[in-house]
Design a protein around this ligand. Structure first.
Ligand code: SF4
Ligand code: SF4
Length: 419
């Protein structure tokens, strides 16, 4: 049976209609009658469809999770259960994995890309974090490959540590949900101290060092009405940076009285206003999972194997499965470090199965698929999150429409042509 294919997204934009054909990655603006004809389009672009063969194992990118511990107690934290796991990443394992990935990077004449991430806060295990950063540089130097270092952090670090990060990383994603009242309510520190000053100082230090900064804001029911203000806050307090605004989802362990997801329609409407406010202020408002950048990337780049190093010694296709993170992960595991031999044993049959299954039925039929990073839980988030095209996915589709509305050029009217 052929794999299901998404049907084109056809939606109005003022007097125009926009057609987005996801398999061909074609977007056009037209009138209602012409748009209607695309509703039944069956796309057959060879090799570019959702059932295109996955490439072999040749990763040039690795996600490194040094610890499950965290210095914050965010009210919506998806990783709370994992914080109970005290294991730290084994640097010898990190070294072995970097050798593997750097080898593929050298063979492809590509940079070695290392992303420091959670579950947990990568900088909370500072000595392990620093050791792993040094390993990336050592391995890249020895293998004569360029390297790119990215960090995703809550930013609760001292000024000295912020300066070190700014001097070493190419780009830093720092989580700041908004002004002090929002940040301290949604992302409190475990020690009760102010939660805004340190991540703001980190973002400024990274920007001043000429590196890329992305502020990541989680939007809850309490803040969805304040997105314009949050954009203005970022413009003033940090500067002209990228601002990712993602909708909170509700893991079962989160107290709904402490934090609740916004209505997805409200989120999409507020997101659209935030894009426009951001454009006026030099802030690039984006979504963490849905982007036109993903849409235009080569399909092969989008389905490359996900190599995540989870504490203490596991290679996993998921970087965050919180329930599993409270013990040694199993669900997405396809490799383990054998310390005695100093090598990683990969289970490539399982990896291929995971990659094959990464998009569930809902994703295969979803018009957002070509632009969506969160498919099926692989490469991010909890698998159940996407079940049945729930509110999180409806928000993603809504965001995609808003991005397309702004990206597809206006039609030139006959009058304009005559002039
Ligand atoms: S910083 Fe991340 S891992 Fe830590 S509590 Fe907040 S959401 Fe959870
Ligand atoms: S995760 Fe949701 S929005 Fe993304 S492709 Fe799958 S169904 Fe579509």
């Amino acid at each position: 049976m052929p794999a299901p294919r998404p049907t084109p997204l056809v939606f109005p934009d003022g007097d125009d209609w926009i057609v987005f054909a996801p398999v061909s990655r074609l977007a056009l603006r037209t009138n209602a009658a012409a748009a209607d004809r695309f509703r039944s389009l069956v796309e057959t672009v060879p090799g570019a469809g959702p059932d295109a063969a996955a490439p072999g194992f040749a990763p040039t990118q690795v996600t490194i999770s040094p610890t499950n511990a965290c210095t914050q107690r965010c009210v919506y934290c998806y990783g709370t259960p994992a914080h109970a796991n005290a294991a730290r990443l084994d640097p010898a394992f990190c070294h072995a994995a970097l050798e593997v990935v750097a080898g593929y990077a050298a063979a492809q004449d590509a940079p070695l890309r290392a992303i420091f991430h959670g579950v947990g806060e990568p900088t909370a295990a500072w000595s392990t974090f620093v050791e792993c950063v040094e390993l990336v540089d050592d391995v890249a130097r020895r293998r004569a490959v360029a390297r790119r270092l990215d960090l995703c952090t809550g930013g609760q670090v001292s000024a000295a540590r912020a300066a070190w990060i700014a001097s070493r990383f190419d780009s830093v994603q720092v989580s700041i949900d908004g002004p002090a009242d929002v940040q301290n309510r949604q992302r409190p520190r475990a020690d009760g101290a102010d939660a805004l000053a340190a991540p703001l100082a980190l973002a400024r230090a990274v920007l001043a060092a000429g590196r890329r900064v992305c502020v990541k804001g989680t939007v809850t029911a309490a803040t969805v009405g304040r997105l314009d203000e949050i954009v203005e806050f970022v413009a003033t307090a940090v500067g002209p940076v990228r601002l990712d605004l993602g909708m909170m989802f509700g893991p079962p362990w989160v107290d709904p009285a402490a934090a609740a997801p916004p209505d997805w329609r409200e989120f999409v409407a507020a997101f659209a206003r935030a894009i426009d406010r951001g454009r006026a202020l030099g802030v690039d408002v984006q979504h963490p999972c849905v982007s036109l950048g993903t849409l235009v990337a080569e399909p092969a780049a989008r389905v490359a194997s996900h190599v995540c190093l989870a504490p203490p010694d596991v290679v996993t296709a998921f970087y965050d499965v919180p329930r599993e993170g409270s013990a040694t992960p199993e669900l997405g595991t396809y490799g383990r470090f054998d310390r005695a031999r100093g090598v990683i044993d990969f289970d490539h049959a399982k990896r291929e199965r995971l990659e094959q299954d990464q998009a569930g039925q809902a994703c295969l039929e979803c018009a957002c698929r070509a632009a969506c990073l969160g498919q099926g839980g692989v490469k991010g988030r909890i698998p159940e999150e996407i079940a049945g095209l729930g509110p999180v996915c409806q928000a993603r589709l809504g965001v995609l429409k808003e991005l397309l509305r702004r990206a597809v050029p206006r039609r030139v009217s006959p009058v304009e042509v005559a002039v």
